[in-house]
Ligand binder design. Structure first.
Ligand SMILES: [Zn+2]
Length: 328
């Protein structure tokens, strides 16, 4: 194993190294079904992949790279919080050198696993490339600036300033414009149908069908396929993007926090759960609202909402705190 770590780029050009590595060790592992060892190997492979990518980018004089959280239903909250962050290739090379020149037992100090979602600025993060934790599937990608979009972090008028609101604003102010663009873009890989870890928020085909049935009239009888397709058009080219944080009180001590992205275009609204990149709704605003924000403020102030009876399964009575920002 030392050979693979020391050489740095055995996988080099065509990932031959990884193939070779897995051929030699992979089979052995599946037959013994040793999950722990498997995890160590997967984590090591992730490290080798990152290290090789970083060295290649450095040689190619690519100055910055982007953390790609893979962005599917299996992506954990930690990796979602790393997704889209931008780091200097040079800093990663320095960290690699430090790792390679020190005793393996020092690794947890030099490049610790990331144990909770990161909300601070990217330059305060120690572990600047994958793996973030065991079984991390994140990838590092070359980054080139995209100055075409200007994001903001603005607090809409008439919004209650609670702790959650402040936390949300701070979290997004800690991201650079480009990092916020990357976060928005990552929602292009959101899905309608997904099973999540632990099954806490499962979205099956019935969920999609229910929403389609509920909203199709407002869309002039789209087919289900068109309904899905159009929802992505809104995510692809939104007029406004909001981020909403919800804190639900399950009991006195227990709370659940979720983050939602709201995409708005031509009075059409797509809601994506950011924690697992699942689309939870696509609907049209009712005529009485000028835009999503108008609806947000009015329903928050106790007006009955017609556009989207969000939960519809008796969860409305759970006390909830909400924060919202407009980022595009
Ligand atoms: Zn990861």
């Amino acid at each position: 194993m030392r050979y693979y770590l020391q050489e740095g780029n055995p996988i080099g050009k065509n990932q031959q190294g990884i193939k070779e590595f897995m051929e030699r060790f992979g089979k052995f592992l599946t037959t013994t079904e040793d999950y722990k060892v498997r995890q160590i190997i997967d984590t090591t492979v992730s490290y080798i992949k990152s290290s090789s990518t970083i060295k290649q980018m450095y040689n190619a004089k690519i100055q910055f790279y982007r953390w790609d959280g893979t962005n599917d239903r299996l992506t954990c909250k930690i990796c979602r919080s790393m997704d889209g962050r931008i780091f200097k290739t040079e800093n990663a090379v320095k960290l690699l050198e430090k790792i390679e020149n020190s005793d393996p037992s020092k690794l947890p100090e030099i490049k610790p696993f990331i144990l909770k979602p990161q909300k601070g600025k990217s330059d305060t993060i120690k572990s600047i490339f994958a793996p973030a934790h065991p079984n991390c599937r994140c990838r590092m990608q070359a980054h080139f600036d995209d100055k075409s979009i200007n994001t903001t972090v603005s607090r809409p008028d008439k919004v209650e300033v609670n702790d959650l609101q402040k936390e949300l604003e701070e979290e997004f102010n800690n991201l650079s414009n480009q990092e916020r663009i990357n976060r928005i873009k990552s929602h292009l890989s959101a899905t309608w149908v997904a099973k999540t870890q632990g099954g806490q928020f499962d979205f099956d085909k019935e969920h999609l069908k229910d929403h389609y049935k509920k909203h199709k009239k407002k869309f002039n009888f789209l087919t289900l396929d068109e309904y899905v397709k159009q929802s992505y058009e809104v995510i692809k080219n939104p007029e406004n993007v909001y981020v909403q944080k919800h804190k639900k009180y399950i009991s006195d001590k227990k709370t659940i926090k979720t983050t939602k992205y709201i995409f708005e275009k031509d009075r059409k609204i797509v809601v994506v759960n950011d924690d697992n990149l699942v689309i939870t709704s696509y609907h049209k605003l009712y005529d009485e609202y000028t835009d999503y924000l108008d609806r947000f403020v009015r329903t928050k102030n106790g007006e009955k909402d017609k556009s989207e009876n969000q939960q519809g399964n008796g969860q409305q009575n759970i006390p909830e705190e909400i924060g919202i920002i407009k980022i595009l």
